[in-house]
Design a protein. Structure first.
Lengths: 343, 572
């Protein structure tokens, strides 16, 4: 059962990650835009169990930070003040879904203590909170983009494969046209003709629509291939011989064949589209300040001074790597697992 | 005074040398400096951009020069000058026996020719504006082989500062091109070393587009050091083109270049980490002449074309609105977060770097969100249930701030301003934009709401700022192309600026300009934010490294710079 165990672990990891990002407001100790102007580039806050006197504590606590007085870059911990870590604390209001708001955060420390587990950025904003909120946008841009591309792709692919003839010819030639379109440049071009003030939601939707429009071609061609072969299989021909309608043949004999394909393609497309969003925001063309995405969180990495001095600002890149690996393994495992089930 | 000493000590010398005080250096060596971009031209008449001017500065010389360290004028190609009692005639006596870098003699004919070029309207020289005083161009006459007279229509406040930066050009090389109307094409970047000649410390040796520009020692240069050794010390000065500042810093750290002209505070902090072990001198020169500000669009626009924008202009034209914005700005936070404390908060247009002209009586109102909200309330603004600001017509206050995408620090300033204004309930969006596109919107199409940008004063004198403050000025940013001053205070500024330009008494000029600063601070056509410090660096082997807050910060005394062979680490 190692395969099944691996699948369970992977799926639960991905589910947890998506939940954490979906409920970012609860897991994040601060609002993504909240600036701590006295604490720019603060390193990750250390969790202590032993205090200055050497006494052990059962529950972790943190010290507040003070900017170095000698004028050098950096902070020292003020060991005189200890703030124990607290669970389910009241803090900034955040939206859960739609109009629902809440105040309770998973963890935090009493004011005036601060907890920045992943450090802060140049405005003293909590990097962990920004990563959680930013991941929500990046990841859901990927998922929605993939859904859009797959729905259009599957629909046109089935039409093309099932009806063949001129329908097939038109759809396939169009798909070749879209395959040749460089989507990144298309996004640049679309962004250039839009007005200066674009709301975040509009920029986000625009991204999904453009990606969905351009990326349907490859899944459509894959689906068409499967449908073409399934259509000629004995069970499909038998059903047709018994007078089954087109819809019946599609629904019961052909569509089940493409589910596996759609799932694996989705697991491949999602990270690809996350990367697309990251690229766009990294270049400053996606979602703008102060709303974070994994792409614009990486913008500081373009600077030599940040690379040299503030390693914690690289963390969003590690989050991306982790996410991509998880999706990649999920796609291979899914394929194998579903293959087993079918056989 | 310098020239006098020269005459007595070197009376036997064929040339009228100028003696430069400073540490006696070692001759020879090749100094490497990185430039952010390539020069667009080597023609002093046409150069507009800072890079071209920097290279041109090393190749040419002016009649009277502003010493970047003392900020005062000193004799250059003109050994001395007198000003008539009415302040309208300047008589300049040139150094005798000077030669261009190609060996041809320099005389009054070259001076008259050079001014003819600067003043020729067809050539559109950017320096022409400065030579037109009260709508009359200056006139330059030859009185003798080494004497010229310059006549002005009105007395000129900055006096001989007028001549700084006006390179004297060789008539024998440029006159044919000028006669044939080809001057605009002469001395472009494709020019060969033998086509060029100047009176600067260096002359062109080699230009490889995309890589480097090498200048070599001018053997005919007219300055000597105190021990009589010829200047410049360096046998070569190489400009390499490195477009990103980060790459420049990395090259400097690996000792590939000798000087860093301008470093941002982040990179300065990085350099500080290992400056001692690497033997590098890092200097914070304090505030320069650059100021960052926020400007709102108050231009007269066609309401048919810009319906939404003209509606928003009722806010931008409201002084209370601008006061509230200014009160909400966390200038100290900006200095700390954007410049690591290496900047000065500003409440007026003159930076603390300009000590001579700063009006130190201007109030520095501390940041206060409550006071800002009160000011808005007094002006009829209110807030909706979610805290968003509404104007008197109950429209939500939303606008965008354009900022140059290539300048990370200004983008950061804009993000801080955005957060500050959010606390007033204003919904502000920051739009990073390519710099040229931004300038086009600001000066030509006027299609913007607010812009966060900077200006750098060219000199410690109010006169170069005429174009900004005069209501008909070409860079009167907030309201361009007005035929008459739209407000009473702008009319007063027009009168004051014109008066200071033609007043000769420095104290009287200071009083006039103090009032301009006061009016600017009261009426806030620009919301002044911060003035960044000038941060520079050099390898400690570079001798006579005395950077200044006037451009060019580190190369202004290029003729005196030298490389120590024995690497005795000495930082000024």
């Amino acid at each position: 059962m190692p395969n099944r165990l691996r699948t369970v672990i992977l799926i639960s990891f991905l589910a947890l990650l998506h939940l954490a990002l979906l409920f970012a407001g609860f897991f994040a100790p601060y609002d993504f835009a909240q600036q701590h102007r006295d604490l720019p580039f603060a390193p990750p806050t250390r969790l202590h169990l032993v205090d200055a006197a050497g006494t052990w504590h059962a529950w972790p606590f943190v010290h507040s930070l003070r900017a170095n007085v000698d004028g050098s870059d950096g902070y020292t911990e003020d060991v005189a003040q200890a703030y124990p870590l607290r669970l389910f604390v009241r803090g900034n209001a955040f939206q859960i879904v739609g109009p629902w708001t809440a105040h309770v955060h998973l963890f935090g420390v009493a004011s005036p203590g601060q907890i920045f587990l992943f450090g802060t950025d140049d405005f003293g904003r909590d990097e962990l909170s920004r990563m959680l909120f930013g991941g929500r946008i990046s990841l859901f841009a990927g998922i929605l983009g993939a859904t859009a591309a797959l729905s259009v792709g599957a629909f046109l692919g089935v039409l093309s494969g099932f009806y063949s003839g001129w329908t097939d010819a038109v759809i396939m030639r169009t798909s070749e046209l879209f395959l040749a379109l460089p989507w990144l440049y298309l996004l640049f071009a679309v962004r250039a003709i839009l007005p200066l003030r674009v709301k975040t939601t509009d920029a986000f939707l625009l991204f999904i629509v453009v990606v969905g429009l351009v990326a349907w071609a490859r899944p459509a061609r894959l689906v068409r291939g499967i449908v073409l072969s399934a259509r000629e299989r004995h069970f499909a021909l038998a059903a047709r011989a018994m007078g089954a309608s087109n819809f019946h043949v599609l629904r019961y004999h052909i569509l089940p064949e493409i589910y596996v394909l759609l799932l694996t393609t989705a697991a491949l497309l999602i990270p690809q589209f996350v990367l697309a969003e990251v690229t766009l925001s990294f270049l400053g063309l996606g979602v703008g300040e102060p709303i974070p995405t994994w792409g614009n969180l990486l913008i500081p990495m373009q600077k030599y001074s940040v690379l040299r001095s503030y390693w914690w600002l690289c963390l969003p890149a590690f989050a991306l790597v982790l996410l991509f690996l998880a999706y990649h393994w999920a796609s291979t495992t899914l394929q194998a697992a579903l293959g087993e089930v079918r056989s | 005074m310098v020239a006098g000493a020269a005459a007595s000590r070197l009376s036997a010398a064929p040339q009228d040398y100028a003696i430069e005080p400073g540490e006696a250096g070692e001759a020879g060596g090749r100094l490497v400096v990185a430039l952010r971009s390539e020069p667009k031209t080597l023609n002093p008449i046409l150069s507009v951009d800072a890079t071209s001017r920097e290279v041109i500065g090393a190749l040419n010389a002016d009649l009277v020069h502003i010493n970047r360290a003392t900020q005062r004028t000193e004799p250059a190609l003109a050994k001395s000058w007198t000003i008539s009692p009415d302040g309208k005639r300047y008589v300049l006596r040139l150094r005798q026996g000077l030669k261009f870098s190609d060996g041809a003699p320099f005389t009054a004919d070259d001076v008259v020719f050079s001014f003819a070029l600067y003043l020729d309207e067809k050539l559109h020289s950017p320096q022409r504006d400065l030579l037109v005083i009260d709508d009359h161009p200056i006139s330059v006459k030859k009185l003798g082989d080494y004497t010229v007279a310059v006549d002005l229509a009105k007395p000129y406040g900055p006096a001989e500062r007028l001549f700084d930066g006006l390179a004297m050009l060789p008539k024998h090389l440029l006159e044919p091109a000028y006669r044939e109307g080809r001057l605009a094409q002469a001395w472009g970047t494709a020019a060969q070393p033998q086509d060029l000649a100047g009176l600067g410390p260096f002359r062109l040796k080699l230009y490889v587009p995309g890589q480097q520009l090498v200048v070599e020692r001018n053997p005919y240069y007219w300055k000597r050091d105190q021990s009589g050794k010829p200047l410049p010390y360096l046998s070569e000065l190489t400009f390499v083109f490195v477009s990103s500042e980060d790459a420049q810093v990395i090259q400097f750290q690996s000792s590939e270049t000798h000087l860093l002209e301008r470093v941002n505070a982040d990179n300065f902090a990085v350099l500080q980490k290992d400056a001692k072990t690497k033997g590098q001198c890092l200097l914070d020169l304090g505030p320069g002449l650059e100021f960052q500000f926020l400007v709102f669009n108050q231009n007269q626009l066609d309401p048919g074309k810009f319906r939404e924008l003209t509606a928003k202009q009722t806010w931008f034209r409201n002084l209370k609105f601008r006061q509230a914005v200014s009160l909400a700005m966390d200038r100290r936070g900006m200095t700390r977060l954007v410049y690591g404390g290496r900047a000065t908060p500003l409440w007026g247009n003159v930076t603390p770097g300009d000590k001579l002209w700063l009006n130190d009586k201007l109030p520095h109102p501390e940041r206060s969100i409550e006071q800002a909200r009160q000011t808005l309330q007094d002006a009829g603004y209110s807030w909706d249930s979610s805290g968003g600001l509404l104007d008197a017509q109950h429209r939500p206050v939303q606008f965008s701030i354009l900022v140059s995408s290539s300048n990370a620090q200004r983008t950061k300033l804009a993000a801080l301003a955005q957060d500050d204004l959010r606390q007033l309930g204003m919904d502000v969006q920051v739009v990073p934009m390519e710099f040229r596109a931004l300038v086009d919107r600001l000066l030509n199409t006027k299609d913007y709401e607010a812009v966060l940008m900077n200006l750098v004063n060219g000199d410690v004198d109010p006169t170069p700022e005429m174009n900004l403050w005069l209501s008909r000025g070409e860079t009167h940013l907030w309201n361009l192309g007005a035929t008459k001053p739209p407000t009473a205070w702008e009319a007063e500024v027009d009168r004051l600026m014109e008066a200071q330009m033609t007043t000769r008494d420095p104290a009287a000029r200071k009083t006039l300009y103090d009032r301009v600063q006061e009016l600017a601070a009261q009426n806030l056509p620009l919301i002044f934010l911060v003035s960044p410090n000038i941060l520079v660096a050099a390898q400690s082997t570079v001798g006579n490294f005395h950077p200044a807050i006037l451009e060019p910060y580190v190369l202004w005394n290029a003729e005196q710079l030298f490389l120590r062979r024995a690497g005795a680490a000495q930082c000024p």
